[in-house]
Design a protein around this ligand. Structure first.
Ligand code: ATP
Ligand code: SF4
Ligand code: MG
Length: 310
């Protein structure tokens, strides 16, 4: 993927929530710590990680959609330009779009056609919406339907149609295939592949590593609010090519590799161990893992494990 322009770059992102503990003491919950990721045009970068690892928060931070009690630090750029609050509002919904995790983003009382056109009624918008919907296998009659009349797969394709109306350069898809039958899920993902092939950068958020490997170019693995590995899809052909013990455990948990269950669970922010967040589950952990671990380049990818390569 060399030579492509970086559309999104996130460096050392931290997100914390202020919360009241036992009703009166205000505490800061650092739910994302030191997260870095970049996406280039023409590629799909898949972010995989279990529930609560911080995937949606990353998407919301980039899109300027964090809730009011959240604060963030770090640097986020779109095509090299810093994303300030003002700039993100100008770009959102046009050059950069979010295909949301929840279908509740669709207005239940508005017909599909009007939603896809975002309220625009001019001829040009009508032509474009027809073009986009048909591209995703949705006929003209779909425009007159309400969201409750759509199947799960159709709903997902309507959400994609809405997102690509303005030909975005960055598409963030947050868990775009929940509850879909495997063939419908593959079809939805193939649409993201087309979007990337036409030049946009796609950040695909999913907990389904197996599906991600079918469409993505690179995989970034999240664990407890930080990234632990970045690998090319081809690195997943063999367990030994992977850099982090958590990624290797994910590999062994894939149905095609024997479904091996990983003991333990990802820690919640309030119970984070000192040093490496994977320490309590890691078969290789020792005293040195109680220090802060650096995210470093290794074998053409990235890893946050002090033992990789040693
Ligand atoms: N508004 C909030 N206030 C406090 N904590 C929050 C808030 N939103 C999210 N979190 C916490 O931040 C962490 C990351 O949440 P996030 O929604 O990004 O997870 P996720 O990886 O998208 O999970 P899922 O796969 O279930 O969608 C979780 O521990 C969650 O409890
Ligand atoms: S830093 Fe230590 S605990 Fe963390 S993954 Fe590597 S070996 Fe395991
Ligand atoms: Mg999520």
């Amino acid at each position: 993927m060399g030579g492509m322009e970086t559309v999104l770059s996130v460096e050392h992102l931290m997100i914390s929530f202020s919360q009241y503990e036992r009703g009166w003491r205000k505490i800061q919950l650092p739910v994302i710590r030191d997260l870095s990721i970049n996406v280039k045009g023409h590629e799909i970068v898949a972010v995989v990680g279990s529930s609560g690892s911080g995937k949606s928060l990353l998407a919301h931070a980039v899109m300027g959609l964090l809730p009011a009690n959240a604060s963030w630090k770090g640097r986020i750029t779109f095509k090299g330009e810093e994303l300030t609050g003002k700039r993100v509002k100008e770009l959102r919904g046009r050059q950069m779009v979010l295909v949301p995790q929840s279908v509740s983003y669709l207005d239940p009382l508005m017909k599909v056609g009007d939603q896809v056109r975002n309220g625009h009624k001019d001829g040009k918008s009508r032509t474009r919406s027809r073009e986009v919907l048909s591209r995703y296998g949705l006929g003209e009659d779909t425009e007159g339907l309400y969201p409750f009349q759509l199947s799960g797969g159709m709903t997902r394709r309507v959400l994609i149609s809405t997102a690509v109306m303005e030909k975005p350069e960055l598409v963030i898809a947050d868990e775009p295939t929940p509850g879909l039958h495997i063939s419908a899920a593959k079809r939805v993902l193939s649409h993201f592949r087309e979007i990337a092939d036409e030049g946009a950068g796609v950040l695909l958020i999913t907990h389904d590593l197996e599906l991600a490997l079918k469409v993505a170019d690179r995989i970034v693995v999240f664990y407890a609010g930080t990234n632990v590995e970045e690998a090319a899809v081809s690195d997943f052909q063999r367990e030994v090519s992977l850099r982090h013990p958590y990624t290797r455990a994910l590999y062994r948990a894939m149905p095609s590799h024997g479904f091996e269950v990983q003991p333990g669970a990802q820690p919640y922010v309030k119970d984070l161990p000192r040093g490496c967040p994977y320490g309590p589950r890691c078969p290789m952990a020792d005293q040195g893992c109680l220090e802060e671990i650096e995210y470093r380049a290794y074998k053409g990818g990235m890893v946050k494990c002090r033992k990789a390569g040693i």
